[in-house]
Design a protein around this ligand. Structure first.
Ligand code: ADP
Ligand code: MG
Length: 698
């Protein structure tokens, strides 16, 4: 259970004064809490991206155009609007000149109270010279001289959401900060001192009170401190899981190489050097007495399935069983169809286990797995949640790992005590980030594509030219080609998203006839499978889809990929989508339809897509562009799972946190030493509760 010391951090925001039932929904949206109540900790980690400096105190005549200024002025007269729609003006002056304070739809009573004629007031806001006269439209602050301390000198600027003002947010953040105590230090004191890092609470306070633009940068000491806390908690959690998995010792497998070679030689192609390399590493792991925890990274189409297939053959030849898990039943079925006929030729029994199968079929599969007569099972991760027992599970292969969470990984390692684990991912994560996303795994990479692929020609086209694109599409379909048409995810609203994709489907059907299919997030699995199958068979020629097709669909003769609003997609996603075409030897095209005007980062992303097809290069570029986006304060799509850390900009911290976590867990695996209790607080604070449960003296 979470220690009581942390309760103030996990209180609902509504417990603070001033957050009512209506505003709390705004905070939930702002802090991405969905239907759940936002908590104090969520707000504390909501950091400013800019600041307003009100320290400039010029005289009127010398105030520069367009800058924030704070001026001490005497109020001369009020001037009500002379005609409808004109603003209410208040004129004020100092020794050097006159200043107009301008209010659209101003309430005269209120303004007379705020700015009484003949009195002195301090006003602050953006000053502009307009036709030779200075004015401030809607001053941000107006205070009497004896209330000057109420005027913030430097104000942080936060990401906001519609309906929530900066002032409301600032107030709630101030009471949130007041409501939390300092916590016992979990970081090494000497290390903190060496780096000049503040305590956890001081770091929070500093982050919400920036004094200088440098305080907002990812390498400001307070930001680094907090990022390090978050990264360390993540690395500690992963180390605990690794320790748990490694503690269960593995089995040294041995097999007759000729039986494996027979399978390998039956493949319709020769393995690439990269595939051979990965297989050699896997074979060494299987033969060794420790448990394998290996990540197989390879672009879409790099041939991971063949590696999986031969790995399974090794394990089966050693007398053990293997399981292959896919994120969806569609993909499970696809793997099954690719793999089972091949194994059947060698007397290897392979079964599919997914939802919707007849009960008798499922129970037969289970019996076979328990008795050991079934050698290989292919299914979704659901098979690890239900009670499937194995006779001797030697290898678990997880495809498209980024969809799986830590607890699923634990659940699967529990199924086959000692079984080896191979995780396959098509997400070309840069090396520095493998650690944070996957933890401490060994990595094999398929850097080389199988021969016989033709490159995909990528073009960017403005949305205004869509009709021309549809014309060309019609011509291509007439030549027998097949196309994907992808509509973007609409984050703010499922309804808008659904409308967009169904409208596009209707539009293309009107232009191209009934050969256009549709799948989206709300399509029932059975219907989705049916549409996909019809697209594969050629009954449908165009597949309109949201990003549901992203993961692993294999339709080798599809040659056209149209991505609508490509500027809304991240690079990794664009790359995955494009990987759906160019799978055969026919020439393929990818059209990135974009809406003008493009932001700098979006422009950068699209040109990277045009320039290269190498997933690892794209991943590095992605990281670089995100880094730049961050510095410009326009970060939209951070890496999942991080609240304050910016791994793109704080790469060195990751390695440090990794080493630190390893050392901690080596010396004190159950966190019972002097730093133990504080480190547990850290784990809970960043909601790694799962990992804490692994500690013996929890
Ligand atoms: P991934 O799962 O990595 O996206 P697949 O394993 O589905 O890729 O392989 C993509 C295609 O390439 C498949 O049609 C497969 O048969 C083919 N393939 C795999 N390895 C080779 C190879 N060494 N030579 C030629 N074709 C290959
Ligand atoms: Mg695959």
């Amino acid at each position: 259970m979470r220690p009581a010391e942390l309760n103030p951090f996990f209180r609902a925001l509504t417990d603070l004064g001033g957050v009512g039932p209506k505003t709390v929904r705004l905070y939930a949206r702002l802090l991405a809490r969905g239907q759940e109540d936002p908590r104090v900790v969520d707000l504390l980690f909501h950091l400013p991206f800019d600041l307003v400096d009100r320290r400039a105190r010029p005289e009127i005549a010398l105030a520069p155009h367009g800058a924030i200024a704070t001026l001490t002025v005497r109020i001369a007269r009020h001037e009500a609007p002379k005609r409808r729609g004109a603003p209410y003006r208040v004129f004020a002056h100092d020794e050097t000149g006159e200043l107009a304070l301008v209010f659209f739809r101003g309430q005269p009573d209120y303004l007379r109270r705020l700015l009484p004629e003949g009195e002195t007031r301090i006003v602050s806001g953006k000053l502009e010279w307009y036709g030779g006269r200075p004015q401030i439209v809607h001053p941000d602050h107006v205070v009497a001289p004896d209330e000057e301390d109420r005027l913030p000198t430097i104000e942080p600027v936060y990401p906001l959401t519609e309906g929530l003002t900066g002032r409301m947010l600032a107030k709630t953040i101030a009471s949130a900060l007041d409501s939390v105590p300092d916590l016992p230090e979990w970081q090494d004191q000497a290390w903190l001192a060496k780096n000049g890092f503040p305590s956890f609470r001081d770091a929070l306070v500093q982050l919400h009170h920036p004094e200088d633009p440098a305080d907002l940068s990812p390498d400001a000491p307070a930001r680094l401190r907090l990022a390090y806390d978050e990264l360390l908690s993540g690395q500690l959690a992963l180390s605990l899981i690794r320790l748990r998995i490694r503690k269960q010792s593995g089995v040294a497998r041995s097999w007759d190489p000729e039986r494996v070679d027979a399978v390998r030689n039956a493949l319709p192609f020769a393995l690439t050097g990269a595939q051979e390399g990965a297989l050699a590493e896997i074979a060494a792991d299987l033969a060794a007495p420790h448990r394998m925890l290996r990540l197989l990274q390879g672009d879409v189409g790099s041939g991971k399935t063949a590696v999986a297939l031969v790995s399974i053959a090794m394990v089966v030849a050693s007398g053990a069983q293997a399981a292959l898990m896919a994120p969806t039943s569609l993909l499970a079925r696809q793997h099954f169809e690719a793999i089972a006929p091949m194994f059947a030729r060698f007397g290897i029994s392979c079964r599919l286990l997914i939802g919707g199968q007849p009960a008798s079929e499922r129970s037969e599969t289970r019996r076979g797995l328990a008795e050991g007569t079934v050698n290989v099972v292919i299914g979704t991760h659901a098979m690890f949640q239900e009670d499937v027992a194995f006779h001797d599970l030697g290898l678990v292969i997880v495809d498209e790992q980024h969809r799986f969470g830590v607890h699923q990984r634990l659940a699967l390692s529990e199924k086959g005590p000692g079984s080896d684990v191979l995780v396959m991912t098509a997400t070309p994560i840069p090396r520095t980030l493998v650690l944070t996303t996957f933890g401490d795994m060994d990595v094999s990479r398929l850097t080389e594509k199988p021969p016989g692929r033709s490159p995909v020609e990528t073009r960017t086209v403005p949305m205004t030219r869509m009709e021309a694109v549809v014309d060309r599409l019609a011509a291509a379909l007439a030549r027998g080609e097949k196309a994907y048409w992808i509509c973007p995810l609409v984050e703010e609203s499922d309804t808008i998203e659904l409308t967009a994709v169904t409208d596009r489907h209707a539009h293309l059907t009107a232009r191209l006839g009934p050969q256009v299919g549709l799948v989206h997030g709300k399509t029932k699995p059975a219907e989705r499978d049916d549409v996909m199958a019809r697209f594969k068979d050629g009954d449908l020629k165009v597949l309109v889809a949201t990003t549901v097709v992203e993961v692993g669909v294999d339709v080798p003769d599809a040659t056209i990929m149209v991505i609508e609003h490509a500027e809304r997609f991240g690079l990794a996603q664009l790359h995955q989508l494009r990987g759906r075409v160019g799978r055969g030897s026919k020439r393929s095209v990818c059209l990135l339809l974009y809406k003008d005007p493009l932001g700098e980062t979006a422009k950068g992303r699209l040109s990277v897509m045009r320039d290269t097809e190498d997933g690892f290069v794209i991943a590095e570029e992605d990281l670089r562009l995100r880094g730049e986006g961050e510095l410009l304060g326009t970060r939209q799509s951070g890496l999942p799972g991080f609240r304050v850390a910016v791994p793109e900009a704080q790469g060195e911290l990751i390695a440090a946190a990794h080493d630190d976590a390893r050392l901690i867990i080596e010396q004190d695996p159950d966190l019972v030493g002097p730093r133990g209790p504080a480190l547990r607080l850290l784990l809970y604070l960043f909601e790694r509760d799962e990992a804490v449960r692994l500690l013996r003296a929890g």
